[in-house]
Design a protein around this ligand. Structure first.
Ligand code: PLP
Length: 449
């Protein structure tokens, strides 16, 4: 069949990211051909509910003509020009002004990149350049978090704390990590609030251990996404903000997943009451229709960086077609009140249904903020036990059951996660929950065999 042929060619020539490619030779990839709203179609005629919005990015939903038309118009007018040195163009100007308007506080300046990874590499270089320009070059250590994900370039991978990635080598010097606030897995006998404080205070301990005059910045995802949608206890972020303020280090909020409505506000820093100096953005900025990312920078940092030549930039920084599509995407999100609807209607509805999954025998905790959530699979809810099999085995089974029920959920070890398009309707939420329950039941049955 055509699908078998596509699978054969795919396995023969296409190297998939984050994949053991030899596995594709047996089973082959699922080949996605079209998409509309929250629904994917594959080459075998299935309709699949995409509860991950692709890779957490298709916030506006698939198939919006306005976005393809914005791209086509820009392709005709000016398909490419750069913003190096002293040139500029209308899409980059308009998008930076729009982002300055949407971003909280005095985050008023945008450095564009082609992706979230590139934007975090920009941040890595920018904070070090900032402290150099301020005459404190010894302030060059950046603290990130274990299990954090900031991208796959060498810099972004080093800022992140994915041990499997670090094990493959190439870590950049001068980056340290503290533990994540994953109460379910690591909270022991502490209450979530005690544990949140304890984990936040690791930042202070790390700063004191390194010497406060050596630390440039702390980077974190407001809600750790690829690490399993780890929602911090309420005590965590206020304590982090206190510590960052006390030692005068820069706070970088990686909003690549959380930004553009995912948590029910434009940015998760608003949801959590944070005051970052720099925010990383990508994904939902263009709803994934074009590759684009960036760093939104506060007045003071931009002023200091502006005083030196920051020797950094990408051919596709501020790509006109990507900027035009992002602008149109922001216009749609705003005009159609997508984020307000998430906050006031669909997220509360999803929360109620999603958190009710804890009544399932396999589910230990269910956590959700806005439109990103996770459930922990466990053989024993009381003791918060992990499965005897290698971590991720049960999550993988569950993900495969979802897949065969035409529901895309992702697993991170034995946590199942969702991050649907923000335009998901209540009826579609019902389908999502029904298919998730069905898949959990099937997983449960497999485990008892
Ligand atoms: N930061 C976060 C929080 C992410 O989740 C991701 C991607 O998943 C990235 C950065 C990297 O973005 P990209 O894949 O566009 O390079």
């Amino acid at each position: 069949t055509p699908t078998e042929e596509l699978r054969r060619v795919d396995a023969a020539h296409h190297m998939h990211p984050f994949t053991n490619n030899s596995e594709l030779e047996d089973k082959g990839a699922r080949i996605i051909t079209r998409a509309e709203g929250c629904w994917l179609s594959d080459s075998e005629g299935n309709r699949i509910l995409d509860a991950m919005a692709g890779l957490w990015c298709v916030n506006i939903g698939y198939g919006r003509e306005e976005l393809s038309q914005a791209a086509a118009r820009q392709m005709s007018d000016l398909p490419y020009y750069n913003t190096f040195f002293q040139t500029s163009h209308v899409p980059a100007i308009a998008l930076s002004a729009k982002l300055a308007e949407l971003a909280p506080g005095d985050l008023n300046h945008v450095f564009f990149a082609g992706s979230g990874s590139e934007a975090n590499d920009t941040n890595l270089r920018m904070v070090r350049t900032y402290w150099q320009a301020k005459g404190q070059p010894e302030r060059n250590v950046i603290i990130g978090r274990w299990n954090g994900y900031h991208g796959s370039t060498v810099g972004a991978m080093s800022l992140g704390g994915m041990k499997g990635m670090h094990a493959q080598g190439g870590i950049v010097d001068g980056i340290e990590h503290i533990d994540q606030p994953n109460w379910w897995l690591e909270g022991g006998d502490m209450s979530p609030e005690e544990f949140g404080l304890e984990r936040a205070r690791q930042l202070e301990e790390k700063i004191l251990e390194l010497g406060p005059d050596k630390v440039a910045a702390f980077i974190a995802e407001p809600v750790q996404g690829a690490g399993g949608v780890i929602v911090a206890p309420d005590s965590y972020w206020p304590e982090i903000q206190r510590i960052v303020d006390k030692y005068g280090i820069l706070l970088i909020a990686d909003e690549v997943i959380c930004g553009f409505g995912r948590t029910g506000n434009w940015f998760a820093t608003e949801t959590l009451g944070l005051r970052p100096h720099i925010m990383t953005i990508a994904k939902g900025l263009s709803s994934g229709y074009q590759p684009i990312g960036g760093s939104i920078v506060c007045d003071e940092v931009a002023e200091v960086i502006g005083g030196v030549e920051f020797n950094h930039g990408y051919t596709y920084s501020g790509h006109p077609v990507a900027c035009a599509v992002a602008l149109e995407n922001l216009r749609l999100l705003e005009e159609e009140k997508v984020i307000e609807r998430v906050r006031d209607e669909t997220a509360p509805y999803l929360k109620q249904k999603f958190e009710a999954l804890v009544d399932h025998p396999l589910v230990g905790e269910a956590k959700i903020v806005g439109m990103m959530g996770s459930i922990a699979l466990t053989p024993n809810k009381e003791t918060r036990a992990v499965f005897a099999a290698e971590a991720g085995t049960v999550g993988f089974i569950c993900r495969e059951r979802c897949f065969s029920n035409n529901l895309i959920m992702r697993h991170v070890y034995d946590r199942m996660i969702i991050s649907p398009p923000l335009v998901i309707s209540k009826e579609e939420i019902d389908i999502l929950i029904e298919r998730a329950r069905q898949s959990l039941d099937e997983t449960h049955a497999i485990l008892r065999e």
